[in-house]
Design a protein around this ligand. Structure first.
Ligand code: SF4
Length: 719
């Protein structure tokens, strides 16, 4: 089985632009169940048992799928698939009818809100929900529940990159250009990104840079992606976790002092350089080397490679991902790397650019349509009176009745069951028991609720502790749209009928709304919901108003904003102006602050977490696929042999990794290429193997993203 570049067996037709489109004449043309690359595939077969997956040619995956995509049909036939609502009685989850389960939930909502107020009921969503579900969940919370307490797991994922994009460019779209643009570049700097494991088909867009010796990877580990860079003559910038902002400022310093700055671009297309430069001027290369561990010569080579590719029109891109973003200073870190890109004149020019690689399947669309605590559909702000008036008119309610901003994801979870905090929580498309930071604390707060309701198709760790579990549809059983990492809107199509006993979340919200006495219409047809979303998004930053179901089904490739003024969509943003009021990209004065938790003699190592090739996010889905589970093996901690040996551990031993918040049990994997001061843990398991028992929840002041990527730990032997 291939992991990256198997040829397409689907037949693509030509769209208007002449490139392969997402419409296939045979089988059901849809996209992968998992990550934000949204690889195209064709599903063939009429039953879950018989369904087969074949890759389909599409700009993002060029006919490739990774192992997760190839095996995605296994999810549909997982024996542990939930097909009946479950209600906890006498301490155990027992099968119940839909009427019974919905009555339990509706009664608890009414009773709780009557006694404690509207905000006593909260909602937690997910970046994997379709656009329609993300939109409807936000509407359900604000209009049916009238609660401000809604946020989602995208806060764990993209929020710092989004905040930095809005701050510097005036708009957040992960890649403001088609992913295929990267394919012609001779220099690509990846920041905390490991696509060789997280989204292997993405590597097809890095081949030219790798072959030219221009692939550069900033990562504390020698990941497969970093190894690929080195193999091609590129660079690995092996920085200490949490020192990314210092690296950015040091590289910016070098760009200026060594004559690589694009002065004309800075003058004509940006503002604020004079605010940042006094800070960057302090980051002399030798100081940066001391802080980050990256050699001055390596930084110098990286800056020169970007400038050379820019000057020779061979393409230069800087792309960030979770490694540089999941920090308590993630927004400032991305802001600093955007500043590096601006000094080099990369954003908003053909053949060069800055972008962020979205992780979750609908990580882009999921953060645009209203499931964030501070947001209304179309990427509107919930505290903007004009936005409230527009969306309230679409929803047929009084703007004054819409709640204001609520708590961010971790703050919401940490408040559960406390005085003044939510007492009932509805979870959709998320597994916070495994994926939240400081997960032991989060589990305690979930246990303190009066009622926890989880909609899922598997009994995730969060569903397992719920009071009510509602079995819902999964990817190949539903219609809808998603928006991929390039802001391209895609159709998810149904290949299978809904299993008996399962319902769409759109039906769940419609039923609950009427049971709690809400008269507003909550349509259950995804196409109708999408049309309403289009109206709600019209005029907003993420304007979908001209993206119609018919156009998507006809194979058109539509990147938002796509409106009557821009009916063909906008594959490339910022070519003429940035989305700021004055049209200029902004330098912002930011500095390096480092991890929120310092290592010390009791906790002398820095733990960083990440993903494996075979698993997706909390692993609730991919752990059900035998081939993936077998290949991934069990939980491990990757550590330098000297570091392991110093506490009496050897390869294969069981160890406890201990932080100030908890402990995680893992098999030791020694690796000469690890930094001696760093350990790595994948975060795909729960129970004793839960990496997030260690992480802590220092929050970025702007994005409210927790610091997943650096916490102080020690290793202990297991008796
Ligand atoms: Fe493509 Fe991501 Fe699915 Fe892998 S998991 S096939 S990279 S969409």
């Amino acid at each position: 089985m291939t992991t990256a570049t198997s040829p397409s067996s689907g037949t693509a037709i030509r769209g208007r632009s002449g490139e392969a489109t997402d419409h296939a004449p045979a089988g059901v043309a849809t996209h992968c169940a998992y990550c934000g690359l949204q690889c195209a595939m064709t599903l063939t077969g009429t039953s879950a048992a018989a369904l087969t997956v074949s890759p389909r040619r599409f700009p993002t995956n060029r006919g490739g799928l990774c192992q997760k995509g190839w095996t995605s049909a296994e999810l549909l036939r997982a024996p542990s698939r939930l097909t009946s609502p479950l209600v906890r009685r006498g301490g155990a989850l027992e099968p119940a009818s839909w009427d019974e389960a919905l009555d339990v939930v509706a009664d608890a909502i009414v009773r709780t809100q009557t006694a404690y107020g509207k905000d006593a009921v909260a909602v937690f969503g997910g970046g994997g929900l379709t656009n329609e579900k993300a939109y409807q969940l936000g509407k359900f919370a604000r209009v049916a529940l009238r609660t401000s307490q809604i946020d989602y797991n995208g806060r764990w994922c993209m929020s710092s990159a989004a905040a930095a994009g809005i701050r510097c460019f005036g708009l957040d779209r992960g890649l403001p250009f088609p992913v295929t643009d990267i394919g012609s570049a001779h220099a690509v700097l990846l920041l905390g990104a490991n696509p060789a494991e997280t989204m292997p088909p993405f590597l097809t867009h890095l081949v030219r840079a790798a072959d030219a010796g221009g692939l550069m990877v900033a990562d504390p580990r020698l990941t497969p992606t970093a190894a690929k860079a080195i193999d091609g003559g590129g660079l690995h910038l092996q920085l200490r976790p949490g020192t990314d902002a210092a690296l950015a400022l040091g590289m910016l310093h070098l760009a200026v002092t060594e004559g690589y700055a694009d002065r004309r671009y800075v003058d004509e297309r940006t503002s604020g350089f004079e605010d940042l430069w006094p800070i960057a001027a302090q980051w002399l290369p030798e100081r940066v080397e001391r802080v980050t561990g990256v050699a001055v010569t390596t930084m110098r080579s990286a800056v020169a490679a970007l400038a050379r590719a820019r000057d020779t029109e061979r393409g230069a891109y800087i792309l960030s991902a979770r490694g540089s973003e999941q920090h308590a200073s993630g927004t400032d870190t991305v802001t600093a790397f955007i500043a590096l890109a601006l000094v080099l004149g990369l954003p908003g020019n053909p053949g060069t650019g800055f972008g962020t690689i979205t992780g979750q399947g609908n990580g882009q669309g999921g953060r645009e349509h209203g499931q964030k605590a501070d947001q209304l559909p179309g990427y509107r702000k919930i505290d903007d009176p004009a936005a409230r008036a527009h969306v309230a008119a679409v929803w047929g309610v009084d703007p004054a009745d819409l709640p204001g901003p609520g708590r961010s994801a971790f703050e919401l979870l940490a408040a559960l069951g406390t005085d003044g905090g939510p007492r009932v929580l509805l979870v959709h498309g998320s597994n916070p028991v495994v994926s939240a930071p400081d997960a032991r604390l989060v589990s305690e707060r979930l246990a303190a609720l009066d009622l926890l309701v989880v909609s899922d198709f598997v009994l995730s760790e969060t569903a397992a502790i719920a009071d009510v579990v509602l079995p819902v549809l999964q990817w190949a059983e539903e219609e809808g749209t998603l928006t991929n990492l390039e802001g391209r809107v895609l159709r998810r199509r149904r290949a299978l009928a809904a299993p008996e006993g399962c319902r769409s979340e759109l039906e769940v919200w419609s039923e609950l709304a009427s049971r709690i006495g809400c008269s507003t219409d909550f349509p259950t047809d995804p196409r109708v919901v999408f049309d309403e979303l289009r109206r709600a998004s019209a005029g907003g930053p993420a304007d979908y108003s001209a993206v119609t179901w018919e156009r998507l089904d006809a194979g058109e490739s539509l990147h938002w904003p796509c409106s009557t003024e821009r009916p063909q969509g906008t594959p490339r943003l910022f070519l003429d102006r940035f989305a700021t009021p004055d049209g200029l990209a902004r330098f912002v004065a930011v500095d390096h602050v480092g991890p929120a938790e310092a290592d010390d003699t009791a906790y002398p190592l820095v733990a960083t977490t990440g993903r494996l090739l075979q698993h997706y996010q909390s692993g609730a889905q991919t752990r059900l696929v035998d081939e993936l589970s077998t290949a991934a093996g069990e939980m491990f901690v990757q550590v330098h042999p000297d570091t392991a040996g110093a506490v009496g551990l050897a390869d294969g031993d069981l160890a406890d990794v201990v932080s100030r918040r908890g402990r995680t049990r893992a098999a030791v994997r020694v690796d000469e290429d690890m930094r001696p001061d760093v350990v790595f843990l994948p975060f795909h398991w729960g129970g004793d193997a839960r990496a997030n028992s260690l992480t802590h929840a220092a929050l970025d002041p702007t994005s409210r993203m927790p610091e997943f990527k650096a916490c102080a730990v020690r290793l202990e032997t297991v008796a």
